[in-house]
Ligand binder design. Structure first.
Ligand code: SAJ
Length: 431
């Protein structure tokens, strides 16, 4: 198949770098987005997303003339024979996948779909979405999937903060409605990745791969968190124990912390639960892992209560300083962050919350109900709580903790160093 032009729907954390990489490989790309401000920025050669190397990549792609962006999807697909869908699939209030963006995008594509076009889906979605939801919408065009047009599913797997490297080096999984579709997608993605391409049997297998990767990680972290809480009760340092266990050649337990955030691990397991239950199947382990990880802000609250008690104080009316609201270190993203749940619990208990994050915008911090303050003000608070493992926080010293109460939920600082200087130090899994 000759790739004349690609239209990419969705220019977020994954869609934008994907678009810029295809443009770099000298295939003409039209990106489709809704936000006018974002469209304007990209067309000027600037990335609206903070990600290492992305600004330069977008700048070069736009200046070379191979990437441009519009809000008119139907117009964009006129001269394209490849349509890639990378729009968000968030979770609704009942923990079910909200596929509205995928559906409306496919409706647009169905109006302009031509014979021999290829549609590629990258958005994460419950198993069966391509077959049961996307194909029927695309077939409203009057064309038949697998006969008149091709369709493949290939999940993105890049890690935020290392997206461009991982997108071009990680192995990529591709499943198609038939061999021809899968092969066309393989040839296309070979243009942007040095990584292995793993062709799986069909669309649903490729959808499953994506979900089980993040579910594996979520379940592993839940195990680490449960071990941490048990160890705290037994007077065992869980971090020391996990690190030692991980020297076993077949053990790799992840790191306990304040909970699991981000738009992937905290959501994808629920997509498996949703489909399993719809099909009369059960997913007790996956559900329990979610409950454990979602419960971690409550556990951190108990650590704060204990630390304050040791200092002769209550959480009520106290000023608590939060270090980091981003869901993980060195990123600004605060989607599904455990910081939000913790801040809400503490506010409900009558505490006053100040928060600092070197990357997350002030308005996001304030939307959680905390006052956004500078680092110095955090250290003046009665109790300092570290939630995100930003590199900058690894330099915190006991002297900085003015009121000598510190709850450190990530294992990035040595408890003994703080205790020796009279700091009350509590941490997830620490004794
Ligand atoms: N976390 C822990 N302990 C750990 C590791 C992570 O508590 O040992 C927490 C983090 O602090 C964070 C959350 O888990 O709150 C998720 O962080 P992460 O680094 O595990 O993953 P994400 O969400 O940034 O990216 C994941 C990656 N998936 C896998 O590694 C299987 C990435 O490759 C995917 O592309 C991405 O999900 C996605 O888009 O699905």
């Amino acid at each position: 198949m000759k790739f004349s032009q690609i239209t990419i729907f969705g220019l977020g954390y994954i869609g934008l770098p994907t678009a810029a990489l295809f443009a770099k490989s000298r295939i003409k790309v039209i990106g489709v987005a809704r936000d006018k401000e974002k469209i304007g920025m990209i067309n000027e050669g600037k990335s609206p997303i903070i990600e290492a190397g992305l600004n330069e990549l977008v700048h070069n792609a736009v200046k070379s003339g191979y990437l441009s962006v519009t809000d008119n999807g139907l117009e964009a697909i006129k001269n394209s024979n490849i349509m890639i869908v990378i729009v968000p699939t968030p979770m609704d209030e009942y923990n079910r996948a909200d596929l509205s963006a995928v559906k409306s995008t496919c409706e647009i594509i169905s109006h302009g779909l031509k014979k021999d076009d290829m549609v590629i889906i990258e958005s994460t979605a419950p198993q069966g979405t391509c077959q049961n939801i996307i194909i029927p919408i695309l077939e409203k065009s009057g064309l038949k999937a697998g006969i008149n047009f091709g369709i493949a599913y290939t999940p993105e797997r890049a890690l935020p903060n290392n997206t461009i490297y991982e997108m071009t080096h990680n192995a990529r999984v591709i499943g198609g409605i038939n061999n021809e579709s899968a092969n066309n997608a393989v040839s296309l993605y070979k243009k942007i990745t040095y990584g292995d391409i793993i062709k799986v049997k069909n669309l649903i297998t490729a959808e499953t791969v994506k979900l089980i990767e993040n579910t594996y990680r979520d379940t592993n972290i839940a195990l680490a968190n449960e071990i941490a809480m048990i160890c705290e009760g037994l007077g065992v340092d869980a971090i020391e124990a996990i690190n030692a266990a991980n020297h076993h050649p077949r053990v790799n337990i992840l790191t306990p912390g304040p909970g699991v955030g981000g738009h992937c691990l905290a959501i994808d397991p629920y997509f498996i639960v949703e489909i399993a239950e719809q099909n009369g199947l059960e997913a007790p382990l996956i559900k329990t892992a979610r409950i454990t990880n979602e419960g971690m802000p409550n556990h951190v609250t108990n650590l704060i209560i204990d630390a304050q008690k040791e200092n002769g104080k209550l959480v009520e009316n106290s000023e608590i300083g939060i270090l980091g609201v981003a869901y993980k270190g060195n990123v600004p993203d605060a989607r599904e962050t455990p910081a939000e749940a913790l801040i809400k619990i503490l506010l409900g208990m009558g505490a006053k919350i100040c928060a600092h994050d070197p990357y997350t915008p002030k308005k996001v911090i304030e939307s959680f109900g905390a006052s956004s303050v500078d680092l110095k003000q955090i250290f003046d608070c009665e109790c300092v709580v570290l939630l995100t493992d930003h590199d900058q926080y690894k330099k915190i010293t006991p002297e900085m903790i003015k009121n000598k109460v510190f709850v450190c939920t990530r294992p990035i600082l040595d408890p003994e160093k703080f205790r020796k200087k009279g700091v009350i130090f509590k941490g997830v899994g620490r004794v």
